[in-house]
Write a protein that binds this ligand. Sequence first.
Ligand code: AMP
Ligand code: MG
Length: 527
Amino acid sequence: MALADSIEFTFDNTFTEQLPADPDTTRAPRQVHGAAYSRVDPTPVSAPQLLAFSAEVAADLGIADNGASLTALLPVLAGNTTLDGMDPHAMCYGGHQFGNWAGQLGDGRAIGLGEVINSAGERWAIQLKGAGRTPYSRTADGLAVLRSSVREFLCSEAMFHLGVPTTRALSLVTTGERVMRDMFYDGNPDWESGAVVCRVAPSFIRFGNFQLPASRGDNELLRQLADHTLTTHFAHLGDPSPAAYAAMFDEVCSTSALMVAHWMRVGFVHGVMNTDNMSILGLTIDYGPYGWLEGYDPDWTPNTTDAGQRRYRFGQQPQVAHWNLVQLANALHPLIDDTEPLQASIDAFPDLYSEHYQSMMAAKLGLDRWIPEADEPLLTELIGILRSVETDMTIFFRELADVDIHRAGSGGALTAAHYRPEQIDSAYTLRLDRWLSAYSARVRSAGVGESTRASTMNEANPRFVLRNYLAQLAIDDAERGDFAKIHELLDTLKRPYTEQSGREHLAEKRPEWARQRAGCSQLSCSS
Ligand code: AMP
Ligand code: MG
């Protein structure tokens, strides 16, 4: 259907067409058995306003790259209307939350609209997050607030441009509705602005989609889901068969390993790696209380809800992905009826992850490849140095490209990365200089010239990431009706590896005032 001259979508809603629907179309909270989803319309809102959109995602969907097209589409992006050919629905899935099986969860505030096929034949599922209650909302309202929507919109686009596999975001819309949230979970709820993000990905299927029917012994639904996923998203693996399901699982292990290695490369902490937040396509999904490393600290988590056990801390993300994959293997097992291939993929994960991580770390150091005997001790010592004084990960690696490493005592050039000058004593300086000379020797023996080293590093080490406090400053302004910082960040983060004059203030380390401020480095799941 054409909503505006420039917008014409071709829908091919394989998920809703191939899989069984819940016969109940009300929003009443319930357990849904034998169905992969429930049909539900977005809830209309009073005063939608388009705050921002991604021109690249619009282009992927075949929407002309201009604001007028998106404005024409605003009633759809806000959930006030749907287009012919859309089939609004909420997916039914379960998941392990913080290590415990949580049973049925489902899309409590995400409503899938349909799957667009663009002119290149690519499939893009479109979903509204925050568009009202669904049968899976339990006691919650199905809505999202402005601050969390700004964070999801900006971060998913930033991650894409960093080269990290991720879901995308087409638009950020405020609804005109007020939403009650207890942001600190401390008994002081307040009204906030409601917002909707339109998310886009080839598929939003999660590990938890498979886990729920498996947990209920519903092998028929499990098989239908696996067949749909295989034929729609893993068609290169052939027709459904136990071997094809096992090959699909193996590919999920590979893409998940790559995704997490990228997170470790750029200093991203997801914050809530529950199995319902793990994409079957190895995409970063569900941007909630995520954060970016400032000081390099493998134990850091931005998620205050996880402050006790720190299950989802930066340094543990590879192990958590591995654990989550074991849960997916358990769910798929009834279809394969042979543990051996699943176990082989599970067992291969640590080495696969390490290979990705090591080649990325080699690139971060400007090396053409990873040589274990030389580079393991080099990296271990570097991490020790980064942890020994509070050191901004992003600035350190970026600045390291410009350090004259073949000249003795050049480490002083890295002070821009240090948060606490008083921590820099002679022992630290000596240790850093020793490391730099070992690094210099390694670079020389690899025959890597200084300009090659710098260019390799500058493609692996971003200048710009969505620093926690920058997102919060953009949110503060947005809550006052000023969206300029959102646009400035969106524009800057499209070229994260490129020096951008006039944008230096977006590459600076976190100011001291932001150290403890809520939203800047600590977030709850309230969103
Ligand atoms: P998350 O921690 O965001 O991955 O959410 C976990 C589960 O809670 C999912 O089933 C979500 O759909 C649901 N959920 C989170 N926030 C809301 C909300 N405001 N309204 C309804 N459901 C929600
Ligand atoms: Mg989620």
